[in-house]
Design a protein around this ligand. Structure first.
Ligand code: MG
Length: 228
C-alpha cells in the first residue's frame, strides 16, 4: 500500500481548525492554545479538474490548506519523530458550508454536515516530501475568477506539522494514506455557481508553483438535501 494512492487507501481526513491566527480572527474566533480538529469523510475528495457542488441553501466557503499525507502508521508519535511518518503533501481546499457551520456552532452540534458534503475536499495529486526543503516555508494561494482571495505561508501556522501529528496521534492513530489538512490562512469567502477556482503552492525556495489546481463550481442538482 502506498501513500501515493491516498485517495483510495486513506481511511480518514483529519482537519485542523484555526491554525492561522488571522483566519481565527476573521471568523470571530479566539486563537487556540492547543490544536483542535474535526474529521472529514474521504468520500468528499474531488480530483483536480472536477466540479465543486454547492448544496441548495448553502453558503460554501473555500479554505486553502496544506495537506499532509501519512506514509507510516503514527501512534503516540512524539513531534521529534513525526516527520518520519510523513510520505508527502498535497494541496487541498477544505470546503465549508459556512451557514450550516454557524448554526451547528450555536446549537453545539458537530460540523460533519457543514464539512462533509461530496466534493467538499478538492485535492491535488500526491507530492513526495523530498520536494519540500522546509514544510514550514510553503506559499499557498487561491484565486476565484482570477482574483486573489487567499495567500499565506505555512510559517504562520500556530501549531507546526510535527506538533499536529503528535497531538492527533495521541488521540487516534494515523494510518498510511490518511490526510491531515493543516488549517487555512485568512481570506476565506463564498463560492457561487459559475466560479472558476484556481490554487497553487510553492516551497519557499522554489521559483515556481509545484502544483496547480483548477475547479469549476456548480449548484448540486437533483439532490435530496435542503438547508432549513
Ligand atoms: Mg479548514
Amino acid at each position: 500500500m502506498s501513500a501515493r494512492t491516498f485517495f483510495t487507501t486513506g481511511k480518514k481526513i483529519v482537519a485542523i481548525g484555526r491554525n492561522f491566527s488571522e483566519h481565527a480572527k476573521e471568523l470571530g474566533n479566539t486563537v487556540p492554545t492547543s490544536p483542535f480538529f474535526f474529521l472529514k469523510p474521504t468520500s468528499s475528495y474531488l480530483a483536480n479538474g472536477g466540479t465543486i457542488e454547492i448544496p441548495p441553501g448553502c453558503e460554501v466557503h473555500h479554505e486553502i490548506e496544506l495537506a499532509v499525507v501519512i506514509g507510516k502508521e503514527a501512534c503516540d508519535c512524539p513531534a521529534s519523530e513525526a516527520m518520519e511518518h510523513v510520505a508527502g503533501y498535497a494541496l487541498a481546499i477544505d470546503c465549508t458550508a459556512r451557514n450550516l457551520q454557524n448554526e451547528a456552532k450555536k446549537k453545539g452540534l458537530p460540523w460533519s454536515t457543514a464539512k462533509g458534503f461530496d466534493t467538499f475536499s478538492p485535492i491535488s495529486e500526491f507530492i513526495p516530501k523530498d520536494n519540500f526543503a522546509d514544510v514550514q516555508d510553503v506559499d499557498l494561494w487561491l484565486k476565484v475568477n482570477g482574483q486573489i482571495r487567499q495567500q499565506g505561508n505555512t510559517r504562520d501556522m500556530i501549531f507546526n506539522v510535527p506538533s499536529l501529528i503528535e497531538y492527533i496521534s495521541s488521540i487516534m492513530k494515523l494510518e498510511v494514506g490518511d490526510v491531515v489538512m493543516t488549517g487555512t490562512p485568512s481570506g476565506v469567502g463564498a463560492l457561487k455557481a459559475g466560479d472558476m477556482v484556481t490554487a497553487g503552492m510553492k516551497p519557499g525556495n522554489a521559483e515556481k508553483d509545484i502544483v496547480s489546481l483548477n475547479f469549476n463550481v456548480a449548484v448540486r442538482s437533483n439532490g435530496l438535501f435542503k438547508a432549513d
